[in-house]
Every structure is written in structure tokens, then in C-alpha cells.
Design a protein around this ligand. Structure first.
Ligand SMILES: Cc1cc2nc3c(=O)[nH]c(=O)nc-3n(C[C@H](O)[C@H](O)[C@H](O)COP(=O)(O)OP(=O)(O)OC[C@H]3O[C@@H](n4cnc5c(N)ncnc54)[C@H](O)[C@@H]3O)c2cc1C
Length: 638
């Protein structure tokens, strides 16, 4: 008896410790059920009103409206002319003069978040992105909206309060993302397998604490799951499983979320220009004239010089403040401001692979809690396929890094550690793979990049450049809020409002309802998978895409086996600032991430649709094809 007690002592003590949390969990589960019921009732009411023609979908939904890229460039031209004291033409005279408060450099999650926050407070903002929105790290994440169960473990083990604060902040932000863009995000249950008796209470307590630190009830609570159920859902698992713990986090379509933030900023009135690179600063040399940088690192920044990468045209853009939100490239922009500045970024690469969708259920993820190198590995459903990652290794800062063979092999091996011997997994099943660079904040005394804290840091240079670096996708909004607070107070920029982004729906999220996909099937005669995809990718804007598809017969698939349709190419150009075929296969649709080969098959069709709209001749089309193939090469390890 006493031996039995000794054997199960850790479990009993843990159970005793966590019992108040478990009781709280029952209350939390009830609250979640209530939240879910309210949401479903609301969705049913909208569906009924639409069916009975009480409301018309095109009146009910506010269509996205903002300046086109050409109109934005025309504003930029006017700003440039005013700066250079050139004459304005009649149209320019009629346009409102924009004196910019803020220029944001970088159109990833961080930069678009800053632009949206500042513009929605009432500042006048321009954002410049060298390539496409989300073309950097922000499209290459694990796509989790999470507090980070791994970071919670390390906060507790190391008694690190700052790490715990970060987990709590990220958990709060998880709720904002889930609620402000419900079409692009969802709560996702994730299973942690327990192969030893001690793992059961260990994982359960960890997950219960994770629940405890979440102050809202919009996602379910963690729970234990039997081994039978776990094997049923994850038949690839090796024998010997005792039980599993299921916890919940959020998942999103990262690149489309990034584009939605950029579009929301544009709708609020910001200039949001992709393919526009900041190439220099305009500095005040403390005399009455204003010149470009020449060893004047301490002179106040008065604006930026940008180059439209599609035409080569340069513009001088004066402004009151500049934020550097260039992620991994933050140090190169800081050096442009002051060549003597020391680096603050520690870059780490992370590789993911995409496998066919039959490995795991479409609505449940899996966590390998300890890989051979001591990290965690996620196996997650994503857009009908299986996303697996990631690695974490120091890396050079290069554009479009390509995954290494060894990283792909390591990921496959990490899955095999948990698989039964009958499961055949090899490189031939990898549909696509990619590498992203984490812009971590340099930390002394840390051996591995995986141990670097994921908090963000805001640095100000003597010339006034504000750099925001580090953080996570999940915390993009709070990072933006902190940054804009600094900008507003440093530059005494009056804003009529404070920060409103915690409750500001992103484009597509405002009038989205759960049964929108069914509405699209019935009213636009779309196949179920296409309707489902449109509802989730475009939210309340999906009816406009569906209408476009039906009007000009562009409801055909871009490629067999995927729900992407021709109308999305047209919509991407007209409404979502898509400028290249890479934008379409990589970030407006996610085809290149899901299936490298199918993306290549779809390319000629996509380019043919784009050509007349963007006035591409034969040479330009050939060039586009070559550039897109170069991009696709970075989605393989060959
Ligand atoms: C492998 C991996 C997995 C991750 N998984 C998660 C996750 O699951 N959840 C989570 O919360 N976080 C995750 N992260 C972290 C998250 O993805 C990043 O913190 C975030 O995307 C960084 O965004 P950013 O805007 O700072 O950088 P980026 O997205 O890289 O954006 C910077 C942009 O600046 C532009 N730029 C550079 N120079 C110039 C210039 N001169 N002019 C104009 N523009 C310029 C670049 O083109 C680029 O688009 C992950 C990161 C990695 C690498």
C-alpha cells in the first residue's frame, strides 16, 4: 500500500494542488458554452434575416473602400512636389494636402499594426513596404495565436516574472485577434501525448495554469483525453500511450491576417504602399536647409526618401516621426540612420514543412513536447493540409532564405519519434517547405536562440528614429500600441482619440457570421469547399468576391484540388494591392505554402489573368514567370 502511495505520490500531490484550478475550470467551461451559444444564436438570426430577405447582404456588409495603389502614389507625388516646391496640377490642387505625422517602414505584422494604431487614433500615416505585405517573416510563422505553453513552462521553471508577464500579455492579445478577425482565426485544440505516468499530471497542471492565466471565456478549457480517443484521432502515434491532455490556443492565416491589417489601415485613411522601399532619411542639419544623411547621425529625422520598386521613381516624403518596423532588417535601417550604431537583432531561422492532410484531423493539432534538441514541435491542420514545425537556429539575415535539407530531415525525424513503425514518412511527401527569420532582441548570456525571451523592445535613436523589434505575431497589436504611445509623446502629436485597436474589427471581420459559407453555397451556387474558403479568407467581403466570380465567369478553380478561384486574382489586384504573381500564390491565396508543385502549375493561368489588368506585355509576363519560379524555389529544400 505504502509502495503504491510512493509511486503515485507526485500525481496525488499535483492533483491536490491543482484541484482549485480544476474547479475554476468547470465554471470556465460553462462560461465558454454560453459564449458559444450566443455566437451561434447571432449567426442563426442573421441567416434567417438574409433568407427571408429582411436584409440584403450587399447593404448589410460595408464594402472595403480605400485609395488604390495608383491613387496613393498620386498623393505621394503631390507630397513630393510640395516638398520640392514644384507646381501642382489642377487635380492635385483639389486633393487634400497630406502633411504626414508618421512614416512606418515595413509592412509585416508589426509595421501594419503600427500604421493601423496610429491612423485610427487620428494621425496621418504612410507605411512603406519594400516588397509585399507579409512577404517577410510574418507569412512564415507557425500560425499560432498563442501565449506560448512552452514559455509558461520556462517562466515557472526559472521563476521568471517577465516571461510570465509576456505569456499573460500574449494570452490577452489572443482574444483580440480571435474576436477582431473571426474569419481568419479559430480556437484550436492541441493534443499533448503522455507516455509516462508523471507526464499526465505534469502536462495537465501546465495546461490548467495556462487556462488560469487567460482572463476571458471565448475558448474552451483544457482537459484530459483517453488513449483510445487519442489513437482514433491520431492513428500514426506509436504504441505505449497512457493518455493525453488537450489544451486550446488560437490559429490564424498569418499572411491574410497581415493583409487585413494593412487594408484596415488603408480604409482608415493611411497610405499603405507595398513595393516601395525606404532608401534614405531626410535629416535636418540644424541649419535652415534640409539635406540627406551625410554623417549627420544626430540630426533630427525630418522624413524619408522612398523608391517605387515597380517603376523606379523616387519620392521625398517629409513627416514628423518615423518608425522602423522592419523585423530582421531593423539593424540595416538603424545603420542608415547612424552607421556607428550597434546591432540589436539576434536572428534565428525557423523551418516548416507541409504534408498531406491525412496525418491528423482537420480541427485538432498535436504537440511533441520535447524534440531531440529540447524544443517543441507542432503538427497542425492548416487549410486542409498538415503544417509541421519548427526549428530554431542562429541564422544570417538574408531575404527569402531557403530551408536546408537537414532541417527538413530533422522535422521528419521528430514526427517519427512519435509514430508507429508502419507509418511511412519521407521527403517525397513534403508538399512545400520554407524558412522564416525571427527578429529576436539580442540578449547576453543566452546560449541558444530558442532561449531568447520573445518580448519586444522599443529603441529611440538620437535623431528620433523609433525602432520596434522582437515580440511575436500574437502581440503585434500591443506592440503597436506601445510604439505609437512613444511616438505621440516624443513628437507631441495630438491625436483626437486614444488607442482603439483592441476592439476594432479588421477588414472582413465586422459582419462575419458562422454560417456565411452556407449562405454563399445557396446564393452564389458555389461548391462547398470554395464557399468555405471564401468565407474564411475574406470574411464579410466574401460575397463581393463571389459576385465578381459569377459576373465574369471567373468561378473556375486556379488549379485542381484547391478551392482557389480565378476571381481571387482579379479581386487581389483591385482590392488587396496584389502587384505580382508571387503575391497571389503566396499571400492572397496560400497555394505556394500548401503545395509547391500545384502553385507552379497555376502560375501561367494566374499571369494570364493579371496581364491585361496590369498592362503586362509578353516580355513582362516572361519576367513575371521567371521571378515567380525563383520565389517558388525558396519553398523547397532542393
Ligand atoms: C519560424 C517562425 C515561426 C513563428 N511562429 C509564430 C507563431 O506561431 N506565433 C507567433 O505569435 N509568432 C510567431 N513567430 C514570430 C512572428 O512571426 C514574428 O515575430 C513577426 O512576424 C515579425 O513581424 P515583423 O513585422 O516584425 O517582421 P517582418 O514580417 O519580417 O516584416 C518586416 C518587413 O520590413 C520590410 N522592409 C525591410 N527593409 C525595408 C525598407 N528599407 N523599406 C521598406 N520595407 C522594408 C521587409 O520587406 C519585411 O516585409 C514565428 C517566427 C518564425 C520565424
Amino acid at each position: 500500500m505504502s509502495q503504491l502511495f510512493l509511486r503515485y505520490k507526485p500525481i496525488l500531490i499535483s492533483a491536490l494542488l491543482v484541484s482549485p484550478v480544476a474547479i475554476g475550470g468547470i465554471y470556465g467551461s460553462r462560461q465558454y458554452e454560453e459564449f458559444k451559444r450566443e455566437k451561434e444564436e447571432k449567426s442563426n438570426m442573421i441567416s434567417k434575416d438574409l433568407e427571408s430577405n429582411k436584409i440584403d447582404i450587399f447593404n448589410y456588409v460595408n464594402e472595403f473602400k480605400a485609395l488604390t495603389r495608383d491613387q496613393q502614389l498620386s498623393r505621394l507625388n503631390k507630397i513630393n512636389k510640395v516638398y520640392e516646391n514644384q507646381k501642382l496640377n489642377e487635380q492635385e490642387k483639389q486633393e487634400e494636402l497630406i502633411e504626414l505625422d508618421l512614416v512606418v517602414i515595413g509592412g509585416g505584422a508589426t509595421g501594419t499594426g503600427v500604421a493601423l494604431d496610429a491612423q485610427s487614433r487620428g494621425m496621418k500615416v504612410a507605411l512603406f513596404e519594400k516588397y509585399d505585405f507579409s512577404s517577410g517573416t510574418s507569412s512564415k510563422s507557425t500560425k499560432l495565436i498563442h501565449g506560448g505553453i512552452r514559455y509558461l513552462e520556462s517562466a515557472i521553471m526559472n521563476l521568471d516574472y517577465s516571461e510570465l508577464a509576456l505569456v499573460k500579455e500574449a494570452l490577452r492579445e489572443r482574444s483580440n485577434l480571435l474576436n477582431n478577425a473571426p474569419h481568419l482565426s479559430r480556437p484550436l485544440p492541441i493534443v499533448i501525448p503522455a507516455y509516462s505516468y508523471i507526464d499526465i499530471p505534469k502536462f495537465w497542471i501546465g495546461c490548467k495554469l495556462y487556462d488560469l492565466f487567460y482572463p476571458f471565456h471565448d475558448i474552451p478549457q483544457s482537459h484530459l483525453q483517453s488513449k483510445e480517443q487519442t489513437y482514433k484521432e491520431f492513428p500514426f502515434l506509436r504504441p505505449g500511450l497512457l493518455s493525453s491532455v488537450v489544451y486550446f490556443d488560437g490559429q490564424h492565416n498569418d499572411a491574410r491576417m497581415n493583409v487585413a491589417i494593412a487594408l484596415t489601415a488603408a480604409q482608415q485613411g493611411a497610405l499603405t504602399l507595398n513595393y516601395t522601399e525606404v532608401i534614405d532619411f531626410i535629416k535636418d542639419d540644424n541649419s535652415s536647409t534640409t539635406t540627406t544623411t551625410n554623417n549627420k547621425e544626430n540630426s533630427k529625422i525630418k522624413g524619408v526618401i522612398v523608391r517605387d520598386r515597380l517603376t523606379g521613381k523616387k519620392y521625398s516624403v517629409p513627416c514628423k516621426a518615423v518608425v522602423n518596423a522592419t523585423g530582421p532588417y531593423s539593424d540595416s535601417i538603424r545603420k542608415l540612420d547612424n552607421p556607428n550604431t550597434s546591432p540589436i537583432v539576434s536572428a534565428s531561422s525557423g523551418v516548416h514543412i507541409m504534408l498531406p492532410g491525412n496525418l491528423i484531423p482537420s480541427d485538432k493539432g498535436f504537440l511533441n513536447p520535447k524534440t531531440k534538441d529540447g524544443r517543441v514541435l507542432f503538427i497542425l491542420p492548416f487549410e486542409g493540409k498538415t503544417l509541421v514545425g519548427t526549428t530554431d537556429d542562429p541564422s544570417p539575415i538574408i531575404e527569402n532564405p531557403q530551408p536546408l535539407e537537414k532541417d527538413v530531415e530533422f522535422i521528419l525525424e521528430s514526427i517519427k519519434e512519435y509514430s508507429n513503425p508502419n507509418v511511412n514518412l519521407d521527403k517525397s511527401q513534403v508538399l512545400a517547405c520554407w524558412s522564416g527569420i525571427r527578429p529576436l532582441v539580442k540578449q547576453t548570456g543566452v546560449d541558444k536562440t530558442s532561449q531568447i525571451n520573445r518580448s519586444h523592445s522599443i529603441r529611440e535613436s538620437s535623431s528620433g528614429l523609433v525602432t520596434i523589434v522582437g515580440g511575436k505575431w500574437t502581440t503585434y497589436r500591443s506592440m503597436a500600441q506601445d510604439t505609437v504611445d512613444v511616438v505621440a509623446s516624443n513628437n507631441e502629436i495630438f491625436t483626437p482619440r486614444g488607442c482603439i485597436t483592441s476592439t476594432l474589427p479588421l477588414i472582413g471581420g465586422e459582419k462575419y457570421f458562422n454560417s456565411l459559407n452556407q449562405y454563399l453555397v445557396k446564393n452564389f451556387n458555389l461548391p462547398e469547399d470554395i464557399a468555405e474558403h471564401l468565407a474564411h479568407s475574406y470574411g464579410d467581403q466574401a460575397p463581393f468576391v463571389a459576385k465578381l466570380a459569377n459576373e465574369n465567369g471567373s468561378n473556375k478553380r486556379l488549379v485542381e484540388g484547391y478551392p482557389y478561384i480565378e476571381a481571387e486574382v482579379v479581386y487581389g489586384i483591385k482590392k488587396e494591392y496584389a502587384c505580382t504573381a508571387e503575391d497571389i500564390i503566396g499571400r492572397r491565396t496560400r497555394l505556394s505554402f500548401l503545395d509547391h508543385d500545384k502553385a507552379e502549375v497555376a502560375l501561367p493561368k494566374i499571369i494570364d489573368i493579371m496581364a491585361p489588368l496590369l498592362k503586362w506585355d509578353k516580355n513582362r509576363k516572361d519576367e513575371e514567370f521567371k521571378k515567380s519560379k525563383d520565389y517558388l524555389k525558396t519553398m523547397t529544400s532542393k
